[in-house]
Design a protein around this ligand. Structure first.
Ligand SMILES: [Zn+2]
Length: 300
């Protein structure tokens, strides 16, 4: 597995005591270094993404609003999402990481990639920042795989605690992409509803739901959908904020659930004979994030 990241992702500042802080990525950089020394992952530096590529998904005026911000201070785009002078470089490295991840797995350099990046992406829609997100990294990864490698069927799995409103809106029922999600509901961002369509499997979870409900959702809903859709490639929006120690959700996943979901996705990918790229989304208790991400990565 390759672990793709860049120090520029530390430069995105979010404001005093904001949960989506550079400290999250520092924890994961420590983890990546340790896992590399143990031979579990190879560290790879993320390149800068091409701005024109981002403009193929996001409105060019919005892309300019994000990438041409130079500070000083913070510019709020949403109640909890602000630009800083370091945001453009971080956002370009985040998209660059997922593009490189797709390239490395689809060129056959590795079976799986993990993109340890911030800002996250799954709440971002075509022309709107939301929920700490600016550009939708996972949908950009899907677009790159389709365009550059002719991948016709892609599955996106999202186990973050929050509904991926941006991902779902940007895909807009696209028949070439299966989106499977679990998320606390009703809860931020106050969108999303139960769905069992061939290309949209949404499993809302009540506050307090934990291992049992999560595993039932994945085994009973995600895996059958994956088997019938037969994706050629799997992307994962890997958010770790459904952990019981996380301050930003009321779900109660345990450390062991993250080992389990890593193993389960890796087994599904092996069964379907496809590669995976996982992309960091949420996870706001620093210790729980580091433990969960480590267990998840060791599952591959
Ligand atoms: Zn989240």
């Amino acid at each position: 597995m390759v672990f793709i990241t860049h120090d520029d992702c530390l430069k995105h500042k979010t404001g005093f005591r904001h949960p989506e802080s550079a400290a999250r990525l520092k924890k994961l950089l420590e983890l990546g270094g340790r896992l590399e020394r143990e031979g579990v992952v190879s560290l790879v530096e993320a390149p800068l993404a091409d701005r024109g590529f981002i403009e193929e998904l996001h409105d060019p005026g919005y892309v300019s609003e994000v990438l041409d911000f130079h500070g000083p201070g913070l510019k709020r785009l949403d109640s909890d999402t602000a630009l800083s002078a370091g945001t453009p470089a971080a956002a370009l490295r985040a998209v660059g990481a997922v593009v490189l991840g797709v390239d490395m797995v689809l060129d056959g350099d590795t079976d799986s990639a993990f993109c340890a990046v911030r800002p996250p992406g799954h709440h971002a829609s075509r022309s709107k920042a939301k929920g700490f997100c600016f550009f939708n990294n996972v949908v950009l990864a899907a677009k790159h795989a389709a365009r550059e490698y002719g991948v016709e069927r892609i599955a996106i799995l999202d186990f973050d605690a929050h509904h991926a409103n941006g991902t779902e809106a940007l895909l807009d029922g696209d028949a070439s992409t299966l989106l499977c999600q679990t998320f606390q509901h009703p809860f931020y961002p106050f969108t999303g509803e139960a769905s069992s369509k061939p290309t949209l499997v949404n499993v809302p979870l009540d506050a307090g739901a934990g291992s049992r409900e999560f595993r039932e959702a994945v085994e009973g809903r995600w895996l059958p959908a994956l088997r019938s859709f037969k994706p050629e490639f799997i992307l994962v929006s890997a958010g770790f904020d459904a952990h019981r120690d996380d301050p930003l959700s009321g779900l109660t996943f345990e450390d062991a659930d993250y080992a389990w979901i890593g193993e389960t996705i890796a087994a599904a990918a092996a069964e379907l004979d496809v590669k995976t790229v996982s992309i960091l989304e949420g996870g706001y208790n620093l210790d729980a994030l580091a433990r969960s991400a480590e267990l998840y990565l060791r599952g591959f």
